[in-house]
Design a protein around this ligand. Structure first.
Ligand code: NAP
Ligand code: MG
Length: 405
């Protein structure tokens, strides 16, 4: 069989621990036998980031801007414990995802992979719900303090022009806590653009929610910027595709989400997205089945799994034991990136391959062959057999070869 050809490379960012092991197997068993794979390879493994003083992360992000599509393996974000585990580290390097996100000015969209054998906790959810979280500002970049005596707190903005604006936050008669938060119009606008763009690319409705009845100016700004972007740039395309942009209050959104069938993108402010993405992913089943894509306002995309490097499994594997680590989200990162590359380059065979890879993976699960993390989640009566990661990948490879034959 002739291998499927690529024209433009995609950016490949390798990573750490168990996901790095899965990464190599996925390429070896599921991709390279069928595709004449072209990638620009960047090793974001912790030790290589350390050797390059993290320049490799910046280079990978810039390459993504240039080539438009990337696929990323999970990576270690070092903390104090990791500094002890890897004594050669010269610095506690920042989160690669944070670095890439800020260079691409991107928004993260998380979508569960769903199968009939695993029903979401919310019974009426039939299609995936994608959460888009604004990843800048609000409480995550706020300052706060505690005061012990009666008094008054004011907030002052000093403009570069010299103009000042002051408001009284509150007058209190005893101990109190205070918080100053901000967001930037430019960041909100990028967020809005990434959301509208991704809705168009994936042909899904877009919901956006804030609490603008209470935070009239703050959340009002979000609402207004989304509305401006929609009217000015995206409305025509939405109407052409039969898509809806729908703004509502966060509490109303929560109620509607629970009663919905799914199948849309829910754009959330930073805190709402943090909380709601955990709720939605748990209700759909498992973190191991959650995909993630970073989307820049210009449509540049970086695909990855939402989970981390699965450290506990890695230490078992290093001792020579087999592990039953679930590769689904990492496989879908690859299929997503290949499909996107194919769409951008007009390569229908590559798009079809990405789809076949997803179908073969889902078929394997539906045939009752799965990693052990999923066994406890399947519907009563569904016959399933727990296998290790390599056997699971081999089972997918068999079905994939059949589909492509
Ligand atoms: P994690 O790697 O996601 O793993 C947490 C636990 O969830 C695992 O121990 C495992 O549970 C289960 N799990 C996650 N993915 C699984 C899979 N594919 N198959 C089977 N089980 C899975 O999170 P963590 O332990 O908090 O973080 C480990 C490292 O990953 C950290 O160094 C962190 O910095 C990094 N991290 C990276 C990213 C990223 O690059 N995007 C994201 C998050 C975390 P059991 O042990 O019970 O089997
Ligand atoms: Mg959270």
């Amino acid at each position: 069989m002739d291998k499927i050809k690529m024209t433009t490379p995609l950016v490949e960012m390798d990573g750490d621990e168990m996901t790095r092991v899965l990464w190599a197997w996925i390429k070896e068993k599921l991709i390279c036998p069928f595709v004449d794979l072209k990638t620009e390879y960047y090793d974001l493994g912790l030790l290589h980031r350390n050797e390059t003083r993290d320049q490799v992360t910046v280079d990978a992000a810039n390459a993504t801007k240039r080539l438009g599509v990337a696929v990323k393996c999970a990576t270690i974000t070092p903390n104090r414990q990791r500094m002890e585990e890897y004594p050669e580290l010269t610095e506690m390097w920042k989160s690669p995802n944070g670095t890439i996100r800020s260079i691409l000015d991107g928004t993260v969209f998380r979508t569960p992979i769903i199968i009939d054998a695993i029903k979401p906790v919310v019974k009426n959810w039939k299609k995936p719900i994608t959460i888009a979280r604004h990843a800048y500002g609000d409480v995550y970049k706020s300052v706060d303090f505690h005061t012990d005596e009666p008094g008054e707190c004011t907030m002052t903005f000093k403009g570069a022009s010299g103009a000042e604006k002051t408001v009284v936050v509150q007058k209190v008669d005893g101990p109190a806590v205070w918080q100053g938060a901000h967001n930037k119009d430019s960041s909100i606008r990028s967020f809005a653009r990434a959301c509208f763009q991704y809705a168009i690319d994936t042909k899904q409705d877009l919901w956006f929610s804030t609490k603008d009845t209470i935070a009239k100016v703050y959340d009002g700004d979000f609402k207004q910027i989304f509305e401006e972007e929609y009217q000015q740039t995206y409305k025509v395309k939405f109407e052409e595709l039969g898509l809806t942009y729908f703004y509502t209050l966060i509490d109303d959104a929560v109620a509607r989400v629970i009663r919905s069938e799914g199948g849309y993108i829910w754009a959330c402010k930073n805190y709402d997205g943090d909380v709601m993405s955990d709720m939605v992913s748990t209700a759909f089943g498992s973190l191991a089945m959650m995909t993630s894509v970073l989307v820049a306002p210009d449509g540049t995309m970086e695909f990855e799994a939402a989970h981390g490097t699965v450290t506990r499994h890695y230490y078992k594997w290093r001792k020579g034991e087999k592990t039953s680590t679930n590769p689904m989200a990492t496989i879908f990162a690859w299929s997503g990136a290949l499909k996107r590359r194919g769409e951008l380059d007009g390569l229908t065979d590559l798009v079809r391959f990405g789809q076949a890879l997803e179908d073969a993976s889902l078929q394997t699960l539906m045939d009752g062959v799965m990693t052990k993390d999923l066994l406890g989640l399947v519907e009563p009566g569904f016959q399933a057999r727990g296998v290790d990661s390599e056997e699971f990948l081999d089972e997918i490879a068999k079905r994939l070869a059949d589909k492509l034959a």
